[in-house]
Design a binder for this molecule. Structure first.
Ligand code: ADP
Ligand code: MG
Length: 241
């Protein structure tokens, strides 16, 4: 298991947002997390790479416990790529510079090597002709594909996606999901918070339904979508499908 979460609790003040989450993710597995707004999905993802510190419980990434003070947190974080709803590209840097930045600054890669890697990643996400463009000249779907390439430039072992297509116009969603599907098929370990039930069904190895800070139900996409066991899961799916 490359991710092992045990009895994870997270509170903001006296508001408990995560109330005891257990989840293990195997290498190369694609886990999709679905659930209503406010159920704690983003907070959970953010706990996985310590963008939030956890209130109690344990998160182990690739054998490193995030709550163990001896763990090199930045080292573990570097193994995890994250893509958000908002792409957060640097507006004053070109596409290729956006992708080169972290490998040069954090990994000490030479600019030439970083550029070569960036160009290969741009080809992978279908944007090789946009290397010198600036983010503002790109569509939302293109920007999100650059954001994915930028995360991949650090050669992460795990990719976390938090509603990566929710800010996109409907006609741009498919191109981003296609890149994510390719990545899954290449064996990337992925945890994907999404409202795209078609993607979860087709690409997910496992679907987890979260509600009110709890992982209510998990199973294969067929099990969750076709025969959910829990009332709350059924009610959620009835509303959105
Ligand atoms: P989801 O991603 O499922 O919509 P979130 O994890 O964003 O849910 O939020 C879960 C709950 O935690 C919400 O009630 C939200 O208001 C609260 N929350 C999230 N982040 C913070 C924060 N930094 N401070 C206080 N409350 C927060
Ligand atoms: Mg969220």
């Amino acid at each position: 298991m490359i991710i092992e979460v045990t009895d994870l609790h997270k509170s903001f003040g006296d508001h408990e947002v995560l109330s005891g989450i257990d989840l293990s993710v195997a290498e190369q597995e694609v886990v999709c997390i679905i659930g209503p707004s406010g159920s704690g999905k983003s907070t959970f993802l953010r706990c996985l790479n310590l963008l939030e510190d956890v209130t109690s419980g344990e998160v182990v990434i690739d054998g490193h416990s995030l709550t163990d003070k001896r763990t090199d947190i930045d080292g573990v974080r570097a193994e995890i790529g994250m893509v958000f709803q908002q792409f957060n590209l640097f507006p004053h840097k070109s596409v290729v510079e956006n992708i080169m930045l972290a490998p040069v600054k954090v990994r000490g890669l030479s600019k030439a090597a970083a550029r070569e890697r960036a160009l290969a990643l741009l080809e992978k996400v279908g944007l090789q002709d946009k290397a010198s463009a600036y983010p503002s000249s790109l569509s939302g779907g293109q920007q999100q594909r650059v954001a994915i390439a930028r995360a991949l430039a650090m050669e992460p072992k795990i990719m976390l996606f938090d509603e990566p297509t929710s800010a996109l116009d409907p006609e741009l969603v498919g191109e981003v999901l296609a890149v994510m599907k390719d990545l899954a098929q290449e064996g990337m370990t992925m945890v994907v918070v999404t409202h795209e039930m078609g993607f979860a069904r087709e690409v997910g190895d496992r679907v987890c339904f979260m509600d009110n800070g709890l992982l209510v139900e998990q199973g294969t996409p067929e099990a969750i979508f076709d025969s959910p066991q829990e009332t709350r899961t059924r009610e959620f799916l009835d509303k959105i499908l």
